[in-house]
Design a protein around this ligand. Structure first.
Ligand code: COA
Length: 431
């Protein structure tokens, strides 16, 4: 069987090469289409467009499979932790004991921000959204580092240092963003705390009293980071690659990823889920009225935390997090009316032909919000938590595009449907 695609266009015949991935995914390569035929392809929302080849993450949305560097998410969730998984995603293999020690030590060495950055935090008004502060401050961090200001694309001997800096400092910036948004004093990281424990310390300790670190809370948050660590070419990761393709520095590219993640159709969904559950609870609905509204296109409502562009069977992360959610709530002895509503919504939607026919299942955001609420993370920090978790994926994608010898600037085309040529009218002649 030929592995070339045939295209008939304007009475001419063309052959297009195809390629197959290591998990047998297939693509028609249209890279030379415009040069050969004068045509471009149109693919609204990029649903059929592969923007790159990548070795990092494999997803089979029909089968509900997610693997980082070939390892199933279920195995990593059970046996690994966020920092080891971050190393795997960024560097391609699980670290040896020695490699993990070097990586962890580097994260500790770079966890402090430049002291002068504190004055930038002061400039934000109390109540500013922590996602706005996070993206601004990741970008601002570039200004305090000569290496980032004079970034050498592909030739940076210090690249691994910047990987550690960004992975570590995103957590410090995120915690400071929260403290600033609440008008609370900033809490410095501790040398002897591990990654996730240190984040909780910077979020919740007070100058006069350290936050009590419950192991089940640290474990649950670490799992949330791990489950979000990469998800191939989603909106924010594609944004990072897009910005990186212009050879912007690592921090600038990842700051753009934070902005893309903020929207409610992407990372902002976990916050939207909680707001939806709260709205249902306050209105006295058991979820059934909301489900009816979510099916009505004129209502402006959607069942937040349901549906996914890629997963059309189940989201494997949602399965893991649902179990973790039950576990953490029972260990902390928390009963939450919003969790009861979430369970009712899920049960009702999974039986409802509207959701079944459209293959709309709960996604990771549906349950992660409940866990974060249970462990005391405020709603406006939910998307920030997602950003900390996604940082290894963004960094790995940045590294991949930087190390690709033939990488060129991302520059899509368009079909123009505006006015054809017309002329400038002096203002007195305009109606
Ligand atoms: N509630 C109600 N209806 C939904 C829905 C939801 N959460 N998600 C999708 N649909 C409907 C659409 O209205 C559309 O209906 P139609 O075929 O009658 O027009 C159909 O399902 C297909 O949806 P579409 O918008 O084409 O899917 P998409 O791939 O473009 O979008 C999401 C995927 C994730 C953006 C979308 O499902 C969504 O908005 N979900 C809620 C937000 C969310 O949880 N995002 C987190 C993603 S991890």
């Amino acid at each position: 069987m030929s592995n070339e695609a045939k295209l008939e266009l304007d009475g001419k015949s063309y052959t297009l090469p195809t390629l197959t991935g290591s998990e047998h995914e297939k693509a028609v390569d249209v890279s030379a289409l415009r040069a050969n035929t004068g045509y471009i392809t149109i693919d609204d929302g990029y649903g059929n467009t592969g923007s790159c080849v990548s070795n990092i993450t494999f997803i089979d949305g029909d089968k509900g499979i997610l693997r980082y560097r070939g390892i199933p998410i279920e195995e990593l969730a059970e046996k690994s932790n966020f920092i080891e998984t971050a190393y795997l995603i960024i560097y391609g293999t699980l670290p040896t004991r020695a490699q993990l020690k070097v990586f962890s030590d580097q994260l500790t060495d770079h966890q402090f921000l430049h002291e002068d950055m504190k004055y930038h935090f002061q400039g934000f008004p109390t109540g500013a959204h922590p996602m706005a502060i996070l993206s601004s401050m990741i970008n601002a961090a570039s200004c305090f580092d000569e290496g980032l200001m004079n970034w050498k694309w592909g030739k940076n001997q210090q690249f691994d240092t910047y990987v550690a800096k960004l992975t570590s400092q995103v957590r410090t910036i995120a915690a400071y963003s929260y403290r600033k948004s609440k008008g609370l004093p900033l809490i410095y990281p501790k040398q002897d705390y591990k990654y996730t424990a240190n984040f909780l310390h910077m979020m919740f300790s007070m100058p006069y009293e350290d936050f009590e670190l419950k192991p089940e809370v640290v474990k649950a948050l670490d799992l949330i980071f791990l489950l979000h660590a990469d998800h191939e070419q989603n909106c924010s990761t594609s944004t990072v690659r897009m910005v990186a393709s212009s050879q912007a520095n690592l921090f600038a590219s990842c700051a753009a990823g934070v902005c893309a993640l903020w929207g409610p159709l992407h990372g902002g969904a976990n916050q939207a889920v909680l707001e939806m559950l709260d709205e249902i609870h306050r209105s006295g609905d058991d979820g059934s009225k909301f489900i009816t509204a979510a099916k009505d296109k004129n209502s402006g409502k959607k069942l937040m935390g349901f549906g996914h562009r890629v997963y059309k069977n189940h989201d494997p992360r949602a399965k893991i997090i649902k179990v973790a959610c039950d576990e953490v709530l029972s260990k902390l002895h928390i009963t939450d009316p919003l969790l009861d509503i979430a369970k009712k919504l899920e049960e009702a939607a999974l039986k409802d032909p509207y959701f079944v026919e459209r293959k709309l299942y709960p996604n990771v955001d549906f349950y992660s919000g409940i866990i974060m609420r249970a462990i005391g993370i405020p709603v406006e920090m939910f998307t920030v938590i997602f950003a900390i978790g996604r940082m290894p994926g963004w960094i790995a994608n940045y590294k991949e595009i930087m190390e690709e010898p033939k990488s060129r600037i991302y520059r899509p085309r368009q079909i123009y449907t505006g006015k054809t040529m017309n002329h400038y009218l002096p203002i007195e002649q305009r109606k």
